[in-house]
Design a protein around this ligand. Structure first.
Ligand code: IFM
Length: 478
């Protein structure tokens, strides 16, 4: 894998974005809503998973989260006061269809109806995602994403949601990070439903993609929505120029990126990845007609970016301090022998590598290898240990610097010719960070989980200003 010379980021002058560039903030239902048993909501795999001892840091669950189900009005007002006029959120399938099939739950639909109306009244464009990991438990009991039927049920649910909201919502995303749902959910078991079955995880990945394609087709038949999917594509960097390192990078890139991008853009799974996986599956779950369905026309690609990965073909001769403590784990199916490296000393408080150049690299690569679709950075953000100062403010300098450098990296990609149309910060509110529970804070708004008071952090004030002006000041003046 050659590393091209990326354009140098602009740092000495202010950086102006196009006037129609979209600035937004994102959230996800299970991470913020709470009220998990309210108004007929069904049980999701995350309710089941969080109830199992030892699964989540501190034994945390989806309640109360940020109590957004009851405080959504206040949160919309917060977005408005900050000057952020695009809001990416997810719909909870178990609120809308409590068992994952059959009739809709009117109270669940009513909630999103009120939220959408509130957003529009505040001048904020809603960007719902249909699936951000909260599968109704009865569907998991029937086999989950490894079972083909789940994809069919997903398309029915998508049609119900679009039928109700499609008159006011134009931008729809089908899935968030199917890689995570498939491989953390069914291979490493770090996420719900906590299964450790590599072959089933590959079937899950295919059925998530199939569900995406069926849902996109179903809602396209109802009107003229703008439809996208969000992937957490990641630059995979070989440690060295050795054949072993470069081949390790190819394999990890294959399962992380191309296993999703190739079927979506080209209607096929990559041959090299099929060959890599031959000992695990023959992909017999792929039926005739599936791939054209998955490659249904799209209007945009959402890109979630946090950090690159650095890989080596073997750990031999590498200073142990440079290795990722968790290694490759089971996250990258078929790559168990690959070594993961830390890559950089610059880390968030969660110990994730900070590398804004990786975002430029990813956006430019997508523009070159997968041309044709507008790109939106649908998530980018960082967890730092915030504290409320004695003056009641949250001075999250690290997060602000992280965001500024990544916004700048986005502009660098734009300048290089990548069709980037927007940036959504992850995340609006501190929230339930999956296996980490409430221990990690990614928000640009601080949430006191005891009182549910919100405090806009310094990064939130800064981001609101950026969203209003589309101008990023020169480095040093941020
Ligand atoms: O919080 C998550 C989000 O739900 C999906 N993308 C990554 C974020 C940070 O881990």
């Amino acid at each position: 894998m050659d590393t091209p010379a990326w354009p140098e980021p602009e740092t000495t002058t202010e950086t102006r974005f196009p006037t129609d560039f979209v600035w937004g903030a994102g959230t996800a239902a299970f991470q913020i809503e709470g009220s998990t048993r309210a108004d007929g909501r069904g049980v999701s795999i995350w309710d089941t998973f969080t109830a199992q001892p030892g699964r989540i840091h501190g034994g945390d669950t989806g309640d109360p989260a940020a109590d957004h189900y009851r405080r959504y009005h206040e949160d919309v007002a917060l977005l408005r006061s900050m000057g952020v006029d695009h809001y990416r959120f997810s719909l909870a399938w178990p609120r809308i269809q409590p068992t994952g099939s059959g009739p809709a739950n009117p109270a669940g639909l009513d909630f999103y109806d009120r939220l959408v109306d509130d957003l529009l009244a505040a001048g904020i464009q809603p960007w719902p995602t249909l699936y951000h990991w909260d599968l109704p438990q009865p569907l998991e009991d029937a086999g989950g994403w490894p079972a083909r039927d789940t994809a069919l049920r997903f398309a029915e649910y998508a049609a119900i949601a679009h039928q109700r909201l499609g008159d006011r919502v134009t931008a729809w995303s089908t899935m968030n990070e199917p890689w995570v749902a498939a491989f953390l959910g069914y291979a490493s078991g770090q996420h719900a439903p906590g299964r450790r079955e590599p072959a089933a995880a590959l079937a899950a990945a295919h059925h998530l993609l199939l569900g995406h394609g069926l849902a996109a087709t179903a809602i396209r038949e109802q009107g003229t929505p703008t439809i996208g999917i969000t992937l957490n594509t990641q630059p995979i960097r070989p440690n060295d120029g050795t054949v072993a390192d470069i081949d390790a990078a190819r394999r990890v890139d294959g399962i992380r990126n191309r296993f999703f991008l190739d079927p979506l853009y080209h209607g096929r799974y990559p041959d090299d990845v099929r060959a890599d996986l031959a000992g695990i599956t023959d992909l017999g779950f792929v039926r005739e007609g599936d791939l054209p369905t998955i490659a249904a026309p799209l209007d945009f690609l959402g890109v979630n970016y946090y950090s690159p990965a650095w890989v080596a073909g073997s750990a031999e001769g590498i200073d142990p301090r440079l290795l990722e403590p968790d290694g490759v784990g089971a996250d990258y199916v078929g790559c168990d022998d690959v070594t993961m490296l830390r890559g950089t000393e610059d880390r968030t408080d969660q110990d994730w590598a900070v590398d804004p150049g990786g975002l430029t690299e990813m956006l430019v690569r997508l523009a070159v290898d997968y041309p044709g679709l507008p790109l939106y950075v649908t998530e980018c953000g960082a967890s730092y240990r915030d504290e409320v100062g004695s003056d009641g403010t949250v001075r999250d300098t690290d997060r602000r610097a992280f965001l500024a450098s990544h916004v700048r990296a986005t502009h660098t990609a734009l300048r290089a010719g990548a069709p980037v149309k927007g940036f959504f910060v992850w995340t609006l509110l501190d929230n339930f960070e999956w296996a980490y529970g409430y221990s990690e804070r990614f928000g640009i708004v601080y949430v006191d989980y005891e009182t549910q008071a919100r405090i806009v952090k310094d990064s939130g004030h800064w981001y609101g200003e950026l969203a209003k002006t589309g101008v990023l000041p020169a480095t040093g003046s941020e």
